[in-house]
Design a protein around this ligand. Structure first.
Ligand code: DAH
Length: 339
């Protein structure tokens, strides 16, 4: 009996040390210690042991069970720890791994330039005003001293929606709307879309303008010159010079066209400025007293100045872009270069 027990212990030792997984050791436990296991079978054989040997053999069997229980228990702990370790390694997350970089959008160059222009004027105390793109003939033309059948209407080809309704051809109608609704002092800039049936390298049927209007007591052409010169230096560079040439607009008197020294050659003469060193950037003037009157402001008390510029045109000048159409194509490679 004792030999049987000894060989059972050594067989168990060999089986335990051969275990590689938690499942293996569980199977070994069942094989030796389970209800129909080998040790249990030995215990059943106790009935054949002579009575005088029973206490001694009984102790021996109990000791054997303790030994096998300890052996398998230790091995089980060891294998469970190894299993946990392996799982942690397999499921680990590398927190130092760099995140996937999503692609960032960027503002359109015209939006950048518009924001910059608006910022310059708001820093001078101008407020931002807006008006409708579908406009009445009255605000787009008549209030601005362009009556029906006036030849000045030819200056701005127009998309008509009805007899008296049109797509605004400029942001100037917001001047009239503001003067009719507010009392001086007025200082506004008006960014917005405008429409004209033109389409070539320097014209698009939809484009953007920024209008400016100041109305107060004692406003003169000098105020206009000072403000626009400061504006040009802020927008282009500190050394930019301005030039005011006489011009004609029905809504201003006198009217001027404003040139700046070329942003690319700084006045030396290049392709962008057609060798002249100067580039025309906007139209402006002293608000025609007739316009003040049309809008309910007394021209004997108040005067004003106004200006209007094309945002696409300024963007082309600022960045040396030769063809306006590229601004509307939305080619991502072009747009990304302004990030
Ligand atoms: N509205 C003119 C245009 O679209 C631009 C302009 C010229 C606006 C002179 C003004 C101005 O306010 O005083 O061509």
């Amino acid at each position: 009996m004792k030999e049987k027990i000894d060989s059972l212990i050594s067989a168990a030792k060999a089986d335990v040390s051969a275990c590689a997984t938690v499942a293996d050791i569980a199977a070994v436990k069942v094989r030796y210690l389970g209800k129909s296991g080998e040790l249990t079978a030995l215990l059943r054989g106790m009935k054949d042991v002579p009575a005088d040997k029973k206490p001694e053999i009984g102790r021996y069997v109990n000791e054997a069970r303790d030994v096998i229980t300890a052996l398998t228990g230790e091995k089980q702990k060891e294998l469970e720890a190894a299993q946990t370790e392996a799982r942690m390694l397999a499921e680990s997350v590398d927190v130092t791994y760099s995140a996937h970089e999503g692609s960032l959008g960027s503002l359109h160059p015209c939006t950048l330039v518009k924001n910059e222009i608006v910022d310059i004027f708001t820093s001078l105390g101008f407020k931002v005003a807006r008006g409708p793109e579908i406009e009445l003939d009255f605000f787009n033309f008549q209030a601005l001293n362009i009556p029906k059948d006036h030849p000045a209407r030819d200056m701005q080809d127009t998309f008509y929606i009805g007899n008296d309704i049109l797509l605004r051809t400029h942001t100037s109608p917001v001047q009239a709307r503001t003067m009719m609704n507010e009392k001086p002092p007025i200082a506004i800039v008006v960014p917005g879309k405008v429409y004209r049936p033109d389409d070539d390298a320097t014209h698009s049927p939809m484009f953007q303008q920024i209008e400016g209007l100041v109305v107060d007591k004692h406003i003169t052409l000098c105020d206009l010159k000072g403000t626009l010169t400061l504006f040009a230096r802020e927008l282009f560079d500190k050394n930019t010079k301005t030039r005011f040439r006489p011009s004609y607009f029905p809504f201003t008197e006198p009217s001027v066209e404003v040139d700046v020294t070329c942003s690319q050659c700084h006045g030396k003469g290049c392709r962008l400025c057609h060798g002249t060193g100067w580039i025309e950037v906007l139209g402006a003037g002293v608000v025609n007293p007739k316009v003040l009157e049309n809008c309910g402001i007394d021209p004997s008390e108040y005067s004003g100045y106004a200006f209007g510029m094309g945002i696409e045109r300024i963007t082309m000048i600022k960045y040396g872009i030769p063809d306006m159409r590229i601004l509307f194509e939305n080619d991502a490679r072009f747009l990304k270069s302004f990030r």
